[in-house]
Design a protein around this ligand. Structure first.
Ligand code: BGC
Length: 747
């Protein structure tokens, strides 16, 4: 972007306070149009003539700041007066404050900076520009502290003083127009209960775990304080619990003016269901003066689902809120602790579900763009995008880096637009080449430092990493991503013969190295370098695990005639484990698909209905309103799994919805005519589900499936938009190909 505007900053370091930058503008003639563009290193809040302007919050959003930062464009024509005052508050946000697991400060920049330019068109055809430069005035503001993780302090008694004229700031990054969705305020939730805990804490319960902040309306004596802490859960005794937030303080401090105040944070957000009123000026609490405001990227809702089983409905609710809570400009792992990062593994696991529930094409285009910008020359894709933390730079993990191939392909399948493949193809190719060069063997990925089958419970309940050999996982994903690269290239009309044969070689090498007589080898050498503090002590890694079998079957890393024995083995492992899964982030998303694809839909349903941990309904039974990070986040005895890796709002396991929607309800786009131009409808009804009513707004119209039981007969109603072809398969094996319309069947 070319502009004569200059990056400016405060003449004295604002530290954690949010200073405001002012400029007044007096038009010389009649204004036809006034367009203002603004961006920041940090977060800005725009005010025109003293009033907050624009629908977005947390602008300019989070990108790979060292490469690019978005600017937003505002039409302020109707605000232009004889004297128009443009004011921008500047908080630290992601760019300048604490961010990342190591609590790094200033990862992207060591101070906040602003850039803005106003273009005024006069009715006589002339124009004028007002741009940020050293003429802008800097003032203190009532926001005296703000940090993404730690919260915000707004002091209405703090004097607003002039700091001086702005000075130029040395910012070297590309300015790009808004590429992602706006981040906006969504629902407003009233508290559902006022709780006095056994420890004597005063707590408000909003009834829903979420991401956003609390608005407080209050009139209290000048200087009196409201201090709020945020938490996702209460402990087993009913006390306010914050240990799982780790170092994130999540504290809102409000100092009252004496008049009517409306407080909410401007430059941070919290993940919470409960707030504790740590300080409050009155003896009785007026619940009505508190509202939780849900904040996330403004994506259009596309999916809907309801069925005849209340627990599955609650699970769906939790999955939906997992996405709402974690799609805040980048797909984050969780919204509450000192992390909230764009973890690539979590994002790829969940992206198919995400694209059913909401239109996420634009959201992901932006994030994948940053991923490509952050990709190393070697092709390495880091664990979190935008990359933040220095220490994890060398940890390039299978199933995390593969987000670079999996997400573009899933988006293409869901929306049918080749632009995402065009944009991502070079990144996909580089990632595949990275894996090819990563280990001692060209066609296997051995000896890497991975996250493994993260949080699987088959290596012992306290290990963060499951028992499945990382080499097997890595080589399986090497094959899978290569197969997606081939498909993407072919969709783009490229000659992919070289990568098709690479895929065959990886597949052969995989079978040769990991398999024996049609089964994975039971024990595999432990080739990973020792890792600190991850609780993994094995010297041997296993090849026969649920996750290993799931990957082999799902990625087709076996002969067709071996499928029967492999899937029977998977069912045997589930049975031996007391009818429970033992999969983590890597295996779980595909587990039910593998079972239903190989003739075990009944076992898939058993797992779906399972209520003992690990299972989806365990958390539902324990009052969850969002997805938990760990199967056992809250144990049966009411204690917590751990303090340091225990989020109650981690969407990854919510990926099960792509099975519920794609197999139980039966709606899947095809790869031959993606974007639901052609759709496959193949429901797998189940009596305990009773009925389903589900729909998706696709690029070609609304596809809906309704089925219900009447005694032993299932009645089906399929809605297919005009111009779309649907290939129907019913459980009896009956097939039909139909066009637009409403189609009824019974069997
Ligand atoms: C995050 C995960 C992430 C993981 C990598 C965690 O700290 O919360 O969701 O994928 O690290 O193993």
């Amino acid at each position: 972007m070319q502009t004569t505007a200059k990056w400016i900053t405060s003449p004295i370091d604002s530290k954690e306070a949010a200073y405001t930058f002012h400029k007044s503008f007096c038009p010389q003639k009649d204004v036809k149009k006034a367009t203002l563009c603004v961006s920041a290193m940090g977060l800005y809040a725009l005010y025109i003539n003293g009033t907050r302007f624009g629908k977005g919050v947390l602008t300019p959003g989070w990108t790979s700041y060292k490469n690019r930062v978005q600017y937003q464009t505002y039409d302020i024509t109707t605000c232009i007066k004889e004297e128009t005052v443009i004011e921008c508050g500047l908080g630290q946000g992601w760019a300048v404050g604490h961010i990342g697991i190591e609590n790094e400060n200033h990862y992207f920049a060591d101070h906040t900076s602003l850039i803005a330019w106003l273009e005024v068109e006069y009715t006589d055809g002339t124009d004028e520009r007002v741009v940020t430069d050293e003429s802008w005035e800097v003032y203190t503001s009532s926001v005296v502290f703000s940090e993404i993780y730690h919260g915000e302090t707004v002091d209405m008694t703090a004097p607003i003083t002039r700091v001086g004229k702005a000075v130029l700031s040395d910012v070297h990054t590309e300015l790009v127009p808004q590429v992602g969705e706006w981040i906006t305020e969504q629902e407003r939730l009233a508290p559902v209960a006022l709780i006095r805990t056994p420890n004597g804490e005063t707590v408000l319960d909003f009834g829903q775990n979420m991401t956003g902040y609390v608005e407080v309306r209050i009139q209290a004596p000048r200087g009196s304080r409201v201090v709020l802490h945020h938490a996702e859960v209460l402990d087993k005794d009913g006390n306010f619990y914050t240990a799982n937030l780790r170092t994130a303080r999540n504290e809102a401090v409000y100092v009252c003016s004496g008049g009517e105040d409306v407080f909410k944070p401007t430059y941070c957000f919290q993940g919470f269901r409960y707030i504790q009123l740590v300080e409050y000026p009155f003896d009785t609490v007026d619940m009505d003066s508190f509202r939780a405001i849900v904040v996330h990227s403004d994506m259009q809702r596309t999916g809907s689902f309801v069925c005849g089983n209340e627990k599955i409905n609650q699970l769906y609710h939790n999955i939906l809120w997992g996405q709402k809570s974690n799609y805040l400009d980048v797909p984050t792992d969780c919204p509450q602790r000192d992390e909230r990062l764009g973890w690539t593994g979590d994002a790829q696991v969940f992206c198919r579900t995400a694209a059913i529930q909401f239109d996420v094409e634009r959201f992901f285009k932006k994030w994948l763009g940053d991923m490509a910008l952050e990709q190393k020359a070697s092709g390495a894709v880091r664990g979190v995008i935008p990359a933040v933390s220095a220490i994890r730079q060398d940890r390039i993990s299978a199933a995390w880096g593969d987000a670079s191939c999996i997400i573009p392909w899933e988006l293409y399948t869901a929306y049918g637009d080749k632009a995402i493949l065009e944009q991502s193809f070079p990144m996909m190719q580089k990632w595949v080449e990275y894996m090819r060069a990563a280990g001692p063997e060209e066609y296997l990925w051995l000896g890497g430092i991975h996250y493994g089958d993260w949080l699987a419970m088959d290596a012992g309940g306290d290990s963060y990493v499951g028992a499945t050999a990382n080499d097997l996982i890595a080589s399986a994903f090497f094959a899978y991503s290569t197969s997606l690269l081939v498909k993407a290239g072919e969709a783009l009309g490229k000659d992919m013969s070289e990568y098709r044969s690479l895929y065959e070689q990886i597949r052969d090498a995989f079978c040769g190295y990991f398999m024996e007589n049609g089964m994975p080898k039971a024990e595999l050498p432990f080739t990973e370098p020792p890792r600190e503090n991850y609780g993994v002590v094995d010297t041997v890694r296993r090849g026969i695990t649920q996750t290993a079998l799931v990957l082999i079957l799902h990625f087709g890393l076996c002969e067709e005639e071996e499928r029967g024995a492999l899937s029977a083995k998977l069912v045997e492992l589930i049975r031996e484990n007391g009818g429970l899964m033992s999969t983590g982030f890597v295996g779980t998303p595909y587990l039910l698909h593998v079972l239903s694809d190989n003739g075990y839909t009944d076992v898939a349903y058993e797992l779906l209905f399972q209520e003992k941990s690990p299972s989806w309904l365990y958390s539902v039974n324990h009052g969850a309103t969002t997805m938990w990070e760990h199967w056992n986040s809250l144990k049966e005895d009411g204690s917590f799994w751990s303090t340091d890796m225990n989020s109650f709002n981690h969407y990854a396991y919510g990926a099960v919805f792509d099975w519920i929607f794609g197999v139980m309800c039966g709606i899947k786009p095809t790869e031959t005519a993606p974007g639901y131009k052609e759709v496959r409808i193949a429901p797998h009804p189940n009596k305990r589900i009773g009925f389903v009513d589900t729909a998706i707004e696709t690029r070609h119209g609304r596809v809906a499936v309704h089925w219900y039981y009447k005694e032993d007969t299932v009645y089906y109603e399929f809605t297919v938009p005009q111009g779309v072809t649907a290939h129907i398969t019913l459980p009896s094996g009956y097939t039909a190909t139909v066009g637009g319309g409403i189609h009824h069947f019974a069997e």
